[in-house]
Each structure stands twice: as structure tokens, then as C-alpha cells.
Design a protein around this ligand. Structure first.
Ligand SMILES: [Ca+2]
Length: 163
């Protein structure tokens, strides 16, 4: 019976749907989903429904915290891609364009683009994702309907309220 329960338990764990992982950092709390199953709008929605926002990375310090305290310790697949809160306001006409953070509406000043990015390939790439740790978490503009994981964060005011 014990063996049966262990076997059943392991089967159930194996079948369980992976859930996003909460991660507390020195900065704020983040939620990380590495299942490559969400387009950018679904990722935005998944964050919003939890009273979170798709992550905004506006400094090297925040980028380092996310790499070292969120992605490295909480993901299995270092090749996984993650949607970030950046977009080009769905600009279809140009390769040279500004990017904005959806949580604040602010223009992106810090960036961590991969070499050759953003390239707005076929003028279809309006959403920003980070590549996995294997690619140094560098960013790429990508078609928003690609299915990736995502990173959510607490709203800034929520984090301030805690300190
Ligand atoms: Ca691109």
C-alpha cells in the first residue's frame, strides 16, 4: 500500500501542470513562468489577473537581480525565453523605433539587446523577450504571437509600501 501510494504520488506529480514560481528578491517579488505557452498578450493577462505587471527592466541592477535571483535559481531550462513588458507600440513601419515599457508607459532607456537586435524582422516584431541564461538573458524583438514563458513583478507602489 505504501509502495502504491508512493507510485501514485510520483505519477500525480509527474502529471501535475507546472505552475509559475514566486521568487522574493532584495528588490521585489517576481513570478516566473518558463512553460513556453503564452503569447505576449496572454502573458500580460496572466500577470494582470494576479494583480502583477509584466516585468519592466529599466536598469542594469534590476537586470542582474532578475538573472541571478529569479531566472538562475527558479528555472530548469536555461534556453527558455521569457516575455518582458517592452513593446514598440506595435509600430509596423520602421526598424529604427523607440520601445516602451507597458507597466509605466515610459520610453525604454536601459536595454540589454542581443547583437543585431532589435531588427523588426519582416516588420512583425513588436514585443520584447529575453533569451535564456545560455544567451546571457539578452533581449530580442519578436512577433507577439510567439509562445514563450514570462516574468511578472509586483507593482512598484506595492514594493514601496512594503519597505
Ligand atoms: Ca528580432
Amino acid at each position: 500500500m505504501l509502495f502504491h501510494n508512493i507510485l501514485l504520488g510520483s505519477l500525480l506529480c509527474g502529471l501535475a501542470v507546472a505552475v509559475p514560481k514566486w521568487c522574493n528578491t532584495t528588490e521585489k517579488a517576481y513570478l516566473v513562468e518558463e512553460d513556453q505557452a503564452y503569447n505576449w498578450f496572454q502573458a500580460l493577462h496572466e500577470c494582470g489577473r494576479r494583480n502583477l505587471q509584466l516585468v519592466q527592466i529599466d536598469s542594469k541592477e534590476i537586470n542582474d537581480i532578475i538573472v541571478n535571483e529569479v531566472i538562475r535559481p527558479n528555472t530548469v531550462d536555461y534556453g527558455a525565453f521569457f516575455w518582458l513588458g517592452g513593446n514598440d507600440e506595435f509600430n509596423v513601419t520602421s526598424r529604427e523605433r523607440d520601445f516602451y515599457w507597458s507597466p509605466s508607459g515610459r520610453k525604454m532607456d536601459f536595454s540589454n539587446w542581443a547583437e543585431g537586435q532589435p531588427d523588426n524582422d519582416e516588420y512583425k516584431e513588436h514585443c520584447v523577450h529575453a533569451r535564456g541564461i545560455w544567451a546571457y538573458f539578452r533581449w530580442n524583438d519578436y512577433a507577439c504571437d510567439n509562445r514563450l514563458g514570462f516574468i511578472c513583478e509586483e507593482h512598484s507602489l506595492a514594493a514601496v509600501g512594503k519597505s
